[in-house]
Design a protein around this ligand. Structure first.
Ligand code: BTN
Length: 241
């Protein structure tokens, strides 16, 4: 496995995209940095964490998704891989908040940013960015953030955790095309607030509903109080927690 280790970089996602554009890199090429100066989160947010204490890395996946239809399956494979890797290191009560936040209990310990590019032949190349809060213990002003060190009262070897995630990802990527349902079933079993009443915000107003699951395309399926079931995309709705 080709693993490039950097000290500081703007964003491991951007670095890997540029590297692969300059000279095509092999599948699973990984870039890990001690510190990102312009780390990117989902929906244009920033990903700012304490230098040296956390995992920030990106993995190139190519020749896996035949077309855009499978993009959510890859998202599922990545989220499930992170949870399975943490479970394999004896970390329990790790779950997934739709679509791909990693929670310990009800606090966010990690996030995933997948950037896809459609190649001229229609195939997809994906840069999978994973940020995992490992040994940081101070999240001043961020009451919903946590880390592995906080939840387990230990410090961790970041490299060991990254290798566990990469190994789980290699195994699960095999299922993306030929057993996506098994991955989705596992994802559902790990889904935060599934089957229990939760509060959502849509267009500035709040409502209570029950998450039934996630569709194959990645929409959240919610049972409303009037017994109607509706599907929502990522930009349409927020789960409050
Ligand atoms: C989120 O908003 O929850 C997603 C955060 C993703 C952060 C990771 S850190 C490594 C990679 N490089 C980036 O710039 N972002 C991702």
């Amino acid at each position: 496995m080709n693993i490039i280790k950097l000290n500081a970089i703007s964003s491991t996602n951007d670095y890997l995209k540029e590297l692969n554009a300059a000279t095509p890199a092999e599948n699973f090429t990984t870039v890990v940095a001690e510190y990102q100066t312009a780390g990117k989160g989902q929906m244009g947010a920033k990903w700012n964490v304490e230098p040296g204490k956390n995992l920030t890395f990106s993995v190139l996946i190519k020749d896996v998704l035949p077309d855009v239809a499978g993009i959510f399956n890859l998202n599922v494979a990545v989220a499930v891989s992170v949870v399975q890797a943490l479970n394999s290191l004896a970390l329990q009560e790790i779950n997934i908040k739709w679509p791909n936040d990693i929670l310990a209990g009800s606090k966010k310990i990690g996030g995933i940013l997948i950037e896809n590019a459609i190649k001229p032949d229609g195939s997809i190349q994906s840069v999978i960015g994973i940020g995992l809060n490992v040994n940081q213990t101070d999240f001043n002003g961020l009451p919903k953030a946590s880390s592995l060190a906080i939840v387990s009262d230990k410090t961790f070897d970041k490299e060991q955790i990254m290798m566990a995630i990469l190994n789980a990802l290699r195994a699960n990527v095999e299922f993306v095309n030929n057993n996506a349902q098994q991955l989705l079933d596992t994802y559902h079993s790990l889904l935060f607030k599934k089957n229990i009443p939760a509060t959502f915000e849509k267009d500035g107003s709040r409502f209570v509903g029950i998450i039934q699951g996630v569709s194959a395309s990645g929409n959240l399926i919610i049972l409303h109080e009037n017994d109607k079931v509706a599907e929502y995309g990522l930009k349409e709705i927020a789960l409050l927690y």
